[in-house]
Design a protein around this ligand. Structure first.
Ligand SMILES: [Zn+2]
Length: 313
């Protein structure tokens, strides 16, 4: 289930309503606000109107939304980052970060309290441990833990975890760096595809030698394989954003080798321009342009006729 479905599920249970009824309320709220907010945003308003609080509840990671206080989650530590020291207003401090996952998704936990950070430094909590977090707060989709929060090892056994950030369907004006987002928008600009050469064995970039052969750092001279990169601009009516697509996603739209054929590539670009798509991906900051861009992980053309049929059903 995605973030939105989990929210609907929780609201339905808390308010003893049918899920379909909650969804109708959300759609009505969204329509009333002229579609200016996301489905999740509308669901949060409905929850508040029904007097449902997400505070002091045990939440699944995929259920986390920004701005919560007193959040409780249980998750397995997937990765711990080095403790960082910082100086602020002549005061020295430390901050620690780790990634936790449960069966719904994963997120980053940020520790600000020296006692919690000490647990990482003395390795009393390690990668693979299941931990319980109480009284955290969320900033965007991260959990922040101050000295009011609790961090302890849990006895809960977690075999299956989903180490993937929870995906939220958002507007392009709501996306933030590091977020896994699913957006719907129209392709308003398609750039010329670019190509780079890779090693057939390790898939890493290979360099052209003076004698026109290609050399992999690990595998020596190889028969290179050309891979395409396709950039386009997506617009959802609120914001436009650059999207980067690599081979695996390009294949979902066109056979990759067709992009090296000028006629086929031009026909594809003409056809792709103006297409409405669902796009999933991770939001990154492009260091060169210092703006946000989405690195696509999945793309699907919006089938308007199918949507109409589903609405009629
Ligand atoms: Zn290689």
């Amino acid at each position: 289930m995605n973030n939105y479905e989990l929210l609907i599920d929780r609201i339905a249970k808390s308010a003893s309503l049918e899920k379909s009824e909650v969804e109708r309320k959300v759609e009505a709220k969204k329509a009333k606000l002229s579609g200016l907010i996301s489905k999740e945003g509308a669901a949060q308003i409905i929850a508040a109107e029904l007097g449902i609080s997400f505070e002091n509840e045990d939440l699944k990671i995929a259920e986390l939304i920004g701005g919560l206080r007193k959040v409780n989650v249980v998750g397995k530590i997937m990765n711990i980052f080095p403790v960082r020291e910082f100086e602020k207003n002549d005061r020295k401090g430390k901050v620690a970060n780790f990634i936790i996952a449960d069966d719904s998704g994963s997120t980053r936990v940020v520790l600000w309290d020296i006692n919690h950070i000490a647990m990482i430094e003395d390795e009393s909590i390690k990668v693979g441990d299941v931990v319980e977090i109480r009284n955290g707060s969320t900033r965007e989709l991260e959990i922040h833990l101050s000295s009011f929060g609790e961090l302890k090892k849990s006895d809960v056994v977690m075999d299956e975890v989903r180490n993937a950030p929870a995906v939220s369907e958002v507007g392009l004006d709501e996306v933030r760096q590091g977020m896994s987002a699913r957006v719907r928008g129209v392709v308003v600009q398609v750039f010329q595809p670019r190509f780079y050469s890779t090693c057939p064995t390790c898939k890493k970039k290979v360099l052209k030698q003076d004698d026109e052969t290609f050399k992999c750092a690990e595998h020596g001279v190889v028969e290179k394989i050309d891979k395409a990169i396709l950039n386009f601009v997506l617009d959802d009516g609120m914001e436009s954003m650059r999207v980067v697509m690599f081979s695996d996603q390009i294949k979902l739209l066109i056979p990759e080798e067709d992009l090296s054929d000028e006629v086929k590539a031009t026909a594809f670009r003409d056809d792709f321009l103006g297409t409405e798509v669902y796009l999933s991906g991770r939001v990154n900051r492009n260091q060169l342009f210092n703006n946000l861009e989405i690195v696509a992980s999945d793309i699907e053309r919006v089938d308007v006729e199918k949507l109409i049929l589903e609405l009629d059903a």
